[in-house]
Design a protein around this ligand. Structure first.
Ligand code: SAM
Length: 419
């Protein structure tokens, strides 16, 4: 962390804290997302079982203006995790000031703020941490491998990580324009580089891949921080699935989940039975790589990862003790929108997702409130006098409902003591 490019990256985030956030907005809404949503951490990294009565330490590495730190700290506070602490680490003091103001606006006292480079995490904010978030940062480091290794060294043996890096195919069109701006405006002050980017975009033909790519389009019209990040960043690389898998393996980690699961399932993009069968025979990484090729629209890879030697238990959604959670959705509204034995449909960046639903779907959905266990839901249904299937069939229906909603990362499992 001492070269010219490092200094330029640091200066960028001092001048343009990312993403643009106004602490006053905390009174109106909590921004939630992936990775590092508490329900996702519990599900994808701990098989649904996370004991928050025990100490829980999380590191948000390259925390920016605070989205993940605020989300996780608020969710931990809401869950009554009294011995939980979130450590925010970032190079940028301007970004930290915004994140601190957001925490203050919410009255959150469970975040510790540290300024400095990820590469020195072991000295500046040593762990161990049960969870490490690094979202949109590794692809800006001089050595993503060294950065990821430094983070992994601070992970507990049974901890997990939530990571996001750019996806090459979904960012089609971005890099030629970055290169053009480097040719034309590299030596200019930052304000002038931004002005140059805007002028260049005005003249860019509508046929240019950047203008035709709807998955990066928001930043073209948006704020300075977003535009700078998209087109003027001094160090930015993107990953194909295989390259990301190699990066993860280089730190002795393994991927436990790709978000959303259906985005990385080739079946989302294939309807022909023999083609689906061929895809089904591939290894998990090859399946994700195939899905990336078939989607063409994955601009960000969001994954969960753990140490390669760790076994993450797999929760059974149909088990009596499982608690199902609709992730940030209103169960009653969902229940009203479902038909018995209908189909769940969704748009995944232009691809049509459709998953079969069980006969009990609307009645199950109405009872899934994040607090009732599967056994309690079955008892309530029985008590209502509704005709009930056999116990095995009931469990299969719960699993089918789960599979459909989990494909789009909308249903997760909680099991055990932190209810
Ligand atoms: C694109 S922003 C992402 C912010 C946040 N993680 C999010 O997803 O909203 C990248 C952040 O990483 C920080 N950063 C870049 N290189 C860093 C480094 N070597 N050490 C610590 N932070 C770094 C920047 O200051 C910036 O706040």
């Amino acid at each position: 962390m001492s070269g010219k490019t490092d200094a330029q990256v640091q200066a960028q985030y001092e001048q343009f804290p990312y993403p643009e956030r106004n602490p006053a907005d905390e009174a109106k809404r909590l921004i939630v997302g992936s990775p590092s949503h508490l329900d996702e951490i519990r599900h994808y990294l701990h098989g649904g079982r996370l004991d928050l009565t025990r100490p829980f330490r999380a590191l948000i590495a390259g925390g920016g203006t605070g989205d993940a730190a605020i989300m996780l700290a608020q969710q931990l506070a809401d869950a009554g995790a009294s011995d939980a602490q979130v450590t925010y680490l970032d190079l940028s003091t301007a970004s930290r000031a915004i994140a601190e103001a957001r925490a203050e606006a919410r009255g959150l006292s469970n975040i510790r703020f540290v300024t400095g480079p990820i590469e020195q995490v072991g000295d500046l904010a040593p762990g161990p941490y049960h969870h490490i978030d690094c979202c949109g940062v590794l692809h800006h480091l001089a050595s993503p491998e060294a950065g990821l290794r430094a983070l992994t060294a601070q992970l507990t043996p049974d901890g997990g990580m939530g990571l996001m890096v750019y996806g090459t195919l979904g960012r089609t069109g971005v890099y030629p324009v970055q290169e053009a701006l480097a040719q034309l405006a590299d030596a200019l002050p930052d304000r002038d580089r931004l002005a140059a980017a805007r002028k260049l975009l005005d003249g860019l033909p509508e046929s240019h891949w950047l203008k035709r790519n709807p998955f990066v389009g928001d930043h073209l019209k948006g704020d300075a921080a977003g535009l700078y990040d998209l087109l003027l960043h001094r160090r930015d690389r993107a990953y194909r699935v295989g390259e990301l898998a190699d990066l993860i393996a280089s730190a002795d980690l393994k991927i436990t989940a790709w978000i959303e699961p259906a985005r990385y399932a080739p079946e989302t993009y294939l309807s022909d039975p023999p083609l689906r069968q061929a895809a089904g025979a591939l290894s998990p990484i090859d399946r994700a790589a195939l899905a990336e090729r078939l989607s063409g629209a994955i601009a960000k890879h969001v994954i969960y990862a753990t140490r390669s030697e760790r076994d993450v238990p797999e929760a059974d959604p149909g088990a009596d003790g499982s608690l199902l959670v609709f992730r940030d959705m209103d169960p009653e509204a969902i229940a009203r929108s479902l038909r018995p034995s209908g189909t769940l449909t969704a748009d995944i960046s232009g691809a049509s997702y459709s998953a079969p639903l069980p006969a009990l779907a609307p009645r199950l959905a109405a009872l899934i409130d994040g607090h009732r266990s599967v056994a309690e839901i079955r008892d309530l249904l029985k008590a209502s006098g509704a005709p009930m299937p056999s116990e095995a069939n009931f469990r299969d229906q719960v699993r089918k409902l789960f599979r459909a909603f989990n494909g789009i990362n909308r249903m997760l499992i909680r099991t055990g003591s932190d209810r």
